[in-house]
Write a protein that binds this ligand. Structure first.
Ligand code: NI
Length: 147
């Protein structure tokens, strides 16, 4: 399926068949700071791009998330602002500073956490990756929104 965002401000308007309809992401630059300003809800990924079967997502994180794992997907955390901590059941916690990234291997139970600050994080995930991995909660975001 291919969505084309005609009329979007950031959309480069073209009639070229080589551009139109080939990609779900609007054809234009995406300002990440601007996208982060569009939502406040924490621990809820918002989609800003799509490529090669993957979504690029933004998420605001604060305090502790739940323990979970993803049986089939490695999970990338790229910290855009703040410091994120990743807890593991069988290993020392990892500190991921602004401008750093960390990949949680598939099958590894993990719990993202912050020290009270709101951390801005970017994720790259296969489209079918579940928000809370193998566990389902009332806050699990099933249909994540494009912004
Ligand atoms: Ni995860």
């Amino acid at each position: 399926m291919c969505l084309v965002f005609f009329g979007s401000k950031s959309m480069f308007k073209t009639t070229s068949p080589f551009v139109r309809g080939l990609c779900s992401t609007p054809f234009g630059t995406i300002n990440i700071n601007e996208k982060f300003s569009l939502f406040e809800k924490q621990w809820t990924p918002h989609i800003i791009g799509e490529l090669n079967g993957q979504y690029v997502k933004l998420c605001k994180l604060k305090d502790e998330f739940v323990w979970h794992k993803h049986d089939n997907e490695d999970e990338l955390f790229l910290v855009f602002k703040g410091t994120l901590y990743m807890d593991f059941k069988d290993a020392e916690s990892i500190e991921i500073k602004e401008g750093e990234m960390f990949i949680v291997p598939k099958g590894v139970e993990h719990r993202p956490r912050t020290n009270g600050e709101v951390v801005l994080n970017m994720l790259f995930e296969p489209k079918n990756t579940k928000h809370t991995g193998n566990k389902k909660y009332s806050f699990s975001a099933e249909n994540q929104k494009w912004i």
